[in-house]
Design a protein around this ligand. Structure first.
Ligand code: FAD
Ligand code: DLZ
Ligand code: SF4
Length: 503
């Protein structure tokens, strides 16, 4: 019997991935390929590429130890064709394989590439997710709005997480209202668990610095996990040191602390080192034995079985055209400082610098600083989407695009968000300490030194009044704007225009 090729992509690094479950270790050949095309279709952050390739090499060893025949293409192999399809064809010719078993990739781009190959393709649904495509379709069909909160309740029922006798523990589904505390600088806050780079990482870092020289970010200061064992240690560390207060400080931002009480687990779950259900079960256990409060456990579990699953559902439900949506007709080019962090707005300077350096920023930096600015400044959402996809360690289109196009840029016209996530400097001032070291004054609404977020906020609302004025959640805001003196309004709009033209 001819061998079949079994593709394992860089974000499918688990022994229980669908393609491996369907394959026969005695007959089939696993293909894993480090290729330039996957690193360059957007200019991925060097740290993200380092994470991917190191985790791939470590995982290939696990498969070999389990008895799989693995054909592994290294980036610097002179015979490497540098694309997934090229490598599959090369191995198909070498071994006389005519069939390919693959787990559905997390980007339509790659799904199309695999479907177009001259091999008989068995593409299996990625069952690492709790909601299948069929379940999401069932849930969404016939609904007027697809709000996450209702999907989340279904997922709680389906998984039984934090449920007793079919009811949510504590009597409420959602404790978000308790999760909005600003944080204080605290030297005692436990730092993230860091791993010393080994020879594999040092060698790969050199290769990446050469091959992806012009990409954003750096391979220096790399201390992330690259094996399942290490990722499990990160999970333990988070539960032991941070989960208790995760909920309360979820929305806080501190200039000198990029990680606060966040878990740093997204990339490990997305690339397969951790399973989403195992993570949630560990969190639930911590709550049930009394180690952590309900608002933290619920807040965390909601992010995984709620937001994460919902975003994936939306991506596959809406299809490949979703990333091109532009409901607010935003056309401005992405400013250069997104690639350099050189701006005098401290909140943006710090969030973008940390993003480029760590390939990480936490949710509120992504949503309420960077995304908020991009939307209010009217930046083309497709360019914003490409930026997010390239700079973050956890960014794959299935999760990145709905978060950016939908949640953060409102480019899907409110499919995901019931109102735009727009806010003035007052919000950033309340939730962070950035403003203390900023060239601008957060509460100043116009004139010399006025915070640009204040100018942009009103100019954004004014520009889109037709769309948002009738939204009941925004009526009060528009009433406030209307009450302002006409002279003030003109000044604010003129100053906002001047700021935008100078970008
Ligand atoms: P924590 O704050 O510790 O949260 C716990 C976990 O919940 C995360 O590890 C993640 O798995 C999950 N999670 C939380 N929020 C979301 C969400 N909105 N969507 C999906 N999962 C969520 N997440 C990605 O995994 N990849 C992305 O490319 C991505 N892009 C984003 C872009 C924007 C504009 C926004 C607003 C959010 C984005 N997110 C993305 C969601 C979220 O910001 C990250 O998952 C989170 O910051 C990762 O850090 P953490 O692991 O420390 O998260
Ligand atoms: C992100 C990424 C990078 C940078 N490099 C590789 C690679 O060399 N080989 C590989 O198999 N996967 C890589 N990936 C992850 C893929 O881009 C990812 O599987 C698709 O985008 C689908 O989610
Ligand atoms: Fe950001 Fe405005 Fe605060 Fe400066 S003053 S850090 S621009 S919110």
């Amino acid at each position: 019997m001819k061998p079949r090729l079994v593709l394992v992509l860089g974000d499918q690094l688990t022994t229980s991935v669908a393609a491996l479950k369907a394959a026969d270790p005695f007959r089939d050949i696993v293909v894993m390929a480090e290729v330039k095309s996957e690193g360059t279709y957007v200019r991925h952050n060097k740290k993200k590429i380092l994470l991917m390739l190191a985790a791939m090499r470590n995982f290939a060893k696990v498969l070999q130890q389990q008895g799989w025949k693995v054909q592994y293409s290294r980036l610097d192999d002179p015979t490497n064709s540098q694309s997934i399809s090229g490598e599959l064809l090369r191995y198909a010719n070498a071994f006389g394989a005519e069939e390919l078993i693959a787990t559905e990739p997390g980007e339509f781009r790659l799904i199309t590439i695999l479907k177009d190959m001259p091999l008989k393709l068995q593409m299996l649904e990625d069952d690492r997710f709790i909601a299948s495509h069929a379940m999401f379709k069932d849930w969404s069909s016939g609904r007027k709005t697809l709000r996450m909160e209702y999907f989340y309740r279904e997922m709680r029922r389906k998984t039984g997480l934090l449920m007793d006798d079919g009811q949510p523990i504590g009597g409420k589904w959602n404790y978000d209202i308790e999760n909005r505390k600003p944080a204080k600088d605290d030297l005692l806050r436990e730092k993230p668990l860091q791993f010393e780079p080994d020879d594999l990482l040092t060698g790969l870092a050199e290769l990446i610095d050469t091959e992806f020289e012009r990409h954003p970010g750096t391979t220096e200061d790399f201390w992330y996990a690259t094996t399942r064992e290490q990722a499990l240690e990160v999970l333990d560390h988070f539960i032991r040191h941070h989960l208790k207060v995760f909920g309360s400080y979820q929305d806080a931002m501190l200039d000198q602390d990029p990680f606060l009480h966040h878990s740093l687990l997204s990339a490990y779950v997305n690339i397969g080192l951790l399973d989403p259900m195992e993570v949630c079960e560990r969190i639930e256990h911590a709550y049930r034995v009394g180690d952590v409060p309900l608002n933290s456990a619920e807040g965390f579990i909601r992010q995984i079985i709620g937001w994460r699953e919902y975003m994936r559902g939306i991506y596959f439900y809406k299809g490949p055209d979703y990333v091109g949506l532009n409901a607010l007709h935003a056309t401005r080019d992405l400013p250069d400082f997104f690639w350099t962090a050189e701006t005098d707005m401290q909140c943006l300077r710090r969030s973008i610098h940390q993003t480029l350096h760590n390939a990480y920023a936490h949710h509120i930096q992504r949503l309420m600083v960077i995304g908020n600015f991009a939307m209010m400044a009217g930046i083309d959402p497709y360019q914003v989407h490409e930026w997010y996809l390239s700079v973050y360690w956890d960014a794959f289109e299935w999760v990145e695009a709905p978060n950016v196009i939908g949640m953060s840029q409102f480019a899907d016209d409110g499919l995901i968000a019931s109102k735009p996530y727009a806010s003035s400097g007052a919000y950033i001032n309340r939730m962070s300490d950035y403003c203390k070291s900023c060239a601008y004054t957060p509460l100043k609404k116009m004139g010399e030194g006025a915070c640009p977020f204040n100018l942009l906020y009103w100019s954004f609302l004014d520009r889109h009044s037709e769309k948002f004025e009738k939204n009941p959640r925004m009526a009060q805001i528009y009433a406030n704007w209307k009450r302002r003196a006409p002279k003030d309004k003109t000044t604010v709009l003129e100053e906002a225009d001047r700021f935008l033209n100078a970008l």
